[in-house]
Design a protein. Structure first.
Length: 426
């Protein structure tokens, strides 16, 4: 599928985006092993979160869905069933890594795989701690999907994450629910804490002291009524778009403002972005609010160390902003980008090159000079949703009409993306 993106004169209006992917995944998985019914409003419409629902259905959990409304009849910790076939996580690294923690606690063996892209993504970081807890996990070449997980009664561990990863942390914490005793995860850099927040909401005993998280095993989880805030990572594309297109003024409604995700807003403000937060509220431990953004020249900046981990999903679109900024953007300590849906360092650099933008590729990042213009170009998503959306945003500032090939990749997280972009562009 190909999308055509015309340069925008101005962006304006108010939009509400789909539910947060990270929160949606976690609510669905915990609802499956809770007792009783969980109702989830504003569940993510992305294909990734649909993959999570398909997997828990295959594990014997009744799931009803009507758009963004999801009803899950939880089976309890010990109520999942041996699936009839291999579980399919699609393109979702979140699904396979986090669900592996739950599968490790089951009395049956499960196979789980994904699409061609997911099959190239290493799983050894989550396999290692789960094996220490007592699960037997086999993988292609020792680290790639499909995974065969033979679970059982798990033992608690005290585990220090070698690389910051909210998905791996979550996989271990979810496995800890099935262990006898307290499972501890230690982080060197704080990652998003949606799992810890959701565990508390469902009734788990969770303690967080600094960067040390402890969960006690064998809790009774109880179904809830929940609302997912709109996705801040999806909002990033519209925030950057409004900053890039002169005269723009945009309101993004009901966006999740979890403090472990707010580094994006802090970084944009540090660059000179004009952003205000309105109508702040809180539901199920997750804060949300409306974001008002107005176009403004931005200075540029450096993303490195802990900031890289906090902004890892937003770096592609921030690279687009960096090229148009006064001083450019430097990204370091981002080797993790090379094992996402694509090698995002390479795919960002390639698409910038197509638009006539200079970018120096570093082993673990990029150096993008500022004050550059985008020429009309044919961009390629390379099958990566964040690359597709980032360069659709670049097209709004280009010297002519741009095309995005394999544009359907955006549906992984945001099927409505192009329609929403057209709604606000003049």
């Amino acid at each position: 599928m190909e999308e055509r993106i015309s340069p925008a004169r101005v962006l304006s209006g108010s939009i509400r985006l789909p539910g947060d992917k990270s929160v949606s995944h976690r609510y669905a998985m915990l609802a499956a092993i809770a007792e009783g019914v969980t109702s989830i409003r504003n569940y993510s419409t992305g294909a990734d979160c649909g993959s999570t629902l398909s997997c828990i259905r295959a594990l014997g959990v009744p799931v009803e869905r009507d758009g963004g409304e999801v009803r899950i009849d939880g089976r309890g910790l010990d109520g999942l069933k041996d699936p009839a076939g291999i579980l399919d996580a699609g393109n979702s690294g979140s699904t396979i890594r986090m669900l592996s923690g739950i599968l490790a606690g089951q009395s049956f063996a499960t196979r789980i795989t994904g699409d061609e892209s997911l099959a190239r993504r290493p799983m050894d970081r989550v396999m290692k701690p789960l094996a220490e807890m007592g699960a037997s996990i086999q993988a292609r070449e020792g680290r790639f999907p499909p995974l065969e997980i033979r679970g059982g009664r798990l033992r608690p561990i005290d585990y220090k994450l070698p690389v910051p990863s909210a998905q791996v942390k979550s996989g271990v914490l979810l496995a800890g629910l099935f262990a006898d005793g307290a499972t501890i995860v230690r982080e060197s850099v704080q990652t998003r804490d949606h799992t810890e927040v959701a565990l508390r909401e469902f009734g788990a005993d969770v303690e967080v002291l600094g960067r040390t998280i402890t969960v006690k095993g064998r809790p009774k989880l109880t179904g809830r009524e929940l609302t997912v805030p709109s996705d801040l990572s999806s909002a990033a594309f519209f925030l950057v778009a409004a900053l890039l297109v002169p005269g723009s003024k945009l309101v993004i409604e009901g966006v999740g403002l979890n403090p472990t995700r707010s580094a994006l807003l802090d970084f944009l403000v540090s660059m000179g972005a004009r952003i205000r937060i309105l109508n702040i509220s809180q539901a199920a431990g997750e804060p949300a609010g409306d974001i008002l953004v107005e176009s403004a020249p931005v200075r540029g900046g450096v993303i490195e160390k802990e900031l890289t981990a906090a902004l890892i999903d937003e770096i592609p679109v921030l690279c687009v902003l960096g090229a148009a900024s006064e001083n450019g953007l430097v990204v370091r300590d981002a080797a993790e980008l090379r094992v996402k849906e694509t090698d995002r360092i390479a795919t960002v650099a390639e698409n910038l090159r197509r638009a006539g933008v200079e970018a120096e590729v570093l082993p673990d990042g990029l150096n993008i000079p500022g004050r550059q213009n985008f020429r009309a170009a044919s961009f390629d998503s390379f099958g990566d949703h964040r690359i597709a959306m980032a360069f659709a945003v670049a097209g709004l500032r280009a010297g002519g009409e741009c095309t995005i090939t394999r544009a359907e990749a955006a549906s992984v997280s945001f099927p409505e993306f192009y329609d929403t972009l057209r709604k606000i562009a003049e």
